[in-house]
Design a protein around this ligand. Structure first.
Ligand SMILES: *Cc1c(COP(=O)(O)O)cnc(C)c1O
Length: 371
């Protein structure tokens, strides 16, 4: 049996005609940058994410970058974030000359642990950048409370969490900005790069739109320096079609997560393998990540031999990345992030995965640990 980590072709087969039709419309219109398709997607995304506004941008990375710029983050400013995330979270902070200040994660949710956040605040702190990792929201109440008390911006990295909820609120609707990605492997992916920034504040909505076109407002007059952060119409057309199926796909991911829980329990593995905690509201399972006691890399190699695709998100925490050595991070600084980096493994959980494929994955994990 063959079980890839993600099977985008299986999804494409179910919506092929609609994707092609929507794309052809763009060719007929010959308006490729921003325009009506992008505006339609922005309206639909704002509604779906329960935010007042959504601004289409060129990628999830650029969503983070432009949100930080709109918050006025610059050289010397400190931004508190997690060391256990995709590189873009931290790269965006550093590209603006700001300083990422790491705080360790909760070992159950892999998101920022609220307890240690307050200790990280200094007179230079400007923002907190929580990541809703794997599809589950960070514990936002303490983040928002601290930010409110200390006058900090909150920028949510919701690239993996579209549709996730925390106390009934959707990811990206709680902070000053929500940053989303349409990278093809996300729960809502385009046919290339793209993203969106959500906000509930009118002034930020306007500032994001100005920054997206080099800070031009009106055209060819620049009070600020922005960049080319524009979303293209082809991506918007594709994502608009796929947005209609997102709830259905999310439910399929959740069903797959439930199936894994049953299978791991039935295999007697639930004591050995740590399954994802689902404690803080609606989890949308961009990834189904298990934590194993030992031999993680050997398990990954073994599963690969059995035709099962898995991935390590992420093998090196940010404070140990060579490019951030100036921050003086060292082993032992963030033990939970380091532990997660050495023991977690993402299993296939994409919507089209079958029960038989899941049973095969769990059976092979059982086989590995019984030798
Ligand atoms: C994917 C991702 C991003 C970046 O999105 P791109 O569209 O690939 O630029 C940022 N943060 C997290 C947590 C992500 O998973």
């Amino acid at each position: 049996m063959y079980v890839p980590l993600l099977d985008l072709k299986a999804q494409y087969r179910t919506i092929k005609e609609e994707i092609i039709r929507a794309t052809l419309e763009v060719y007929e219109e010959q308006r490729f940058i921003l325009g009506p398709k992008v505006e339609a997607l922005e309206a639909a995304m704002a509604t779906y994410c329960q935010s007042e506004w959504a601004v289409g941008v060129s990628s999830g990375t650029d969503a983070l970058l432009i949100a930080l710029m709109a918050a006025g983050i610059g050289p010397g400013d400190e931004v508190i974030t997690t060391p256990y995330t995709f590189f873009a979270t931290v790269g965006s902070i550093v590209r603006l000359g700001a300083v990422p200040v790491f705080s360790d994660i909760d070992p159950n949710t892999y998101n920022l642990a609220p307890e240690t956040l307050e200790d990280r605040v200094t007179s230079k702190t400007k923002a907190i950048l929580p990541v809703h990792l794997y599809g589950q929201c960070c514990d936002m109440a303490p983040v928002l409370e601290l930010a409110g008390a200390r006058g900090l911006f909150v920028i949510e990295d919701a690239a993996q969490a579209i549709g996730a909820e925390y106390r009934g609120k959707r990811a990206g609707s709680m902070g000053d900005f929500g940053c989303f990605s349409f990278f093809p492997s996300k729960n809502l992916g385009g046919c290339g790069d793209g993203g969106v920034v959500t906000t509930n504040r009118k002034a930020f909505n306007e500032q994001l739109r100005i920054l997206r076109v080099h800070g031009s407002h009106p055209k060819y007059y620049h009070e600020v320096v922005g960049g080319n952060f524009r979303l293209d119409a082809l991506q918007a057309a594709v994502v608009l079609v796929k947005l209609r199926f997102l709830e259905h796909w999310t439910q399929a991911r959740q069903n797959n997560a439930r199936m894994y829980r049953m299978l791991f329990e039935a295999a007697g593995l639930d004591g050995l393998v740590t399954l994802p905690a689902e404690t803080l509201g609606r989890h949308v399972y961009n990834q189904f990540v298990i934590k194993v006691p030992d031999r993680r890399d050997a398990l990954k190699a073994y599963l690969q031999e059995q035709g099962i695709g898995t991935e390590i998100y992420y093998p090196v925490p940010m404070h140990l990345q060579p490019c951030f050595k100036d921050l003086n991070g060292k082993k032992g600084d963030f033990p939970e992030a380091e532990d997660a980096a050495s023991r977690t493994l993402a299993l296939p959980v994409y919507p089209e995965l079958t029960d038989d494929q899941q049973a095969y994955v769990v059976e092979k994990i059982r086989a590995f640990y019984s030798t």
